[in-house]
Design a protein around this ligand. Structure first.
Ligand code: SAM
Length: 282
């Protein structure tokens, strides 16, 4: 099959909306980077109509109070080219003090204390390049203790679940409501040899999740706000919640919610217009 590869240069405040537009236009996979969104539409019947819909939706960003697209490039790729093309944007990346994200196609010689995560993000979100993921990784590095039970809600590529396992968690419950993400995460869990520690499930929010010592969710402010009561039920007393994917303008509501019972010890990190919080369940 051939693909129409699209590079959408747009500030990160618009990434969630652009990713949703890509999905509505029939994109197979959306990758978010600091300055752009990369996706591809299958070249099948009705492509012209899907591209028209896609461009029309993008033009609405300013009406929705979001930064507009700065530049859009289109290129026809065959299957193999598309699989290779976006790799030029994904390289070995150190996050925090010890976590190193290594694409499966690059070599890296680890330093002594490094925790190396080998990833092939495929069509799922979570290369580690996005600020929302990095903020979570930094919190995980500080908060995950050996022997913890961890839940990762919205696992995408599985990056946070695998990191938690490599930082010492004995059991990680990873879920996503997107079947493509579940498949990708399972592949990455196997690639990192942590199948006995990390189980990946197709599920919505924390349904069926076990009681845990730490729950991480990098989704969106709206979804997180709705799921907070479920998160509180899932985390044992004294355990930690880490939430990310929160645009700065919406962070006030999450902060207020986490300043109330049962949460305490609120911590905050931000980067590039994105916020993440960690809070302890009292
Ligand atoms: C921003 S990505 C985060 C991926 C990865 N955890 C990371 O930090 O890079 C959010 C993921 O949450 C998933 N998601 C969104 N709403 C969800 C829900 N209600 N339940 C489970 N997963 C959800 C999406 O499919 C997507 O894979």
């Amino acid at each position: 099959m051939k693909w129409l590869e699209l590079h959408i240069l747009v500030p990160s405040d618009s990434h969630d909306a652009v990713a949703e537009i890509c999905r509505q236009a029939g994109a197979q996979g959306v990758s978010l980077y600091a300055d752009r969104v990369i996706t591809a539409l299958p070249i099948t019947e009705g492509l012209d109509e899907r591209v028209r819909f896609f461009k029309a939706q993008l033009s609405h960003l300013p009406e929705w109070g979001l930064p507009p697209v700065q530049h859009l490039t289109e290129q026809v790729r065959d299957e193999k080219e598309w699989a290779e093309a976006w790799k030029e944007f994904f390289h070995v990346l150190r996050v925090g003090e010890r976590v190193v994200i290594k694409p499966s196609w690059e070599d890296y010689t680890p330093r002594e204390a490094d925790v190396v995560i080998e990833l092939d993000p495929g069509m799922a979100f979570g290369t580690g390049q996005h600020e929302t993921t990095q903020l979570c990784l930094e919190f995980l590095e500080k908060l995950v203790q050996p022997g913890m039970v961890v839940a990762d809600i919205g696992t995408g590529s599985g990056i946070l679940a695998i990191t938690a396992a490599k930082l010492g968690a004995i059991s990680v419950w990873a879920v996503d409501n997107d079947p493509v993400a579940v498949l990708t995460a399972k592949g990455n869990v196997a690639r990192n040899g942590v199948e006995r520690l990390v189980s990946v499930h197709l599920a919505d929010g924390c349904e069926d999740a076990p009681e845990c010592d730490l729950l991480v969710a990098n989704i969106t402010a709206e979804v997180i706000e709705n799921l907070l009561p479920d998160f509180a039920r899932c985390i044992r007393r004294g355990g930690w919640l880490v939430v990310s994917g929160i645009v700065q303008e919406r962070s006030g509501r999450i902060r207020s919610a986490l300043q109330q019972t049962p949460w305490n010890h609120l911590q905050h990190r931000e980067r590039g217009g994105w916020c993440a919080f960690a809070a302890r369940r009292g």
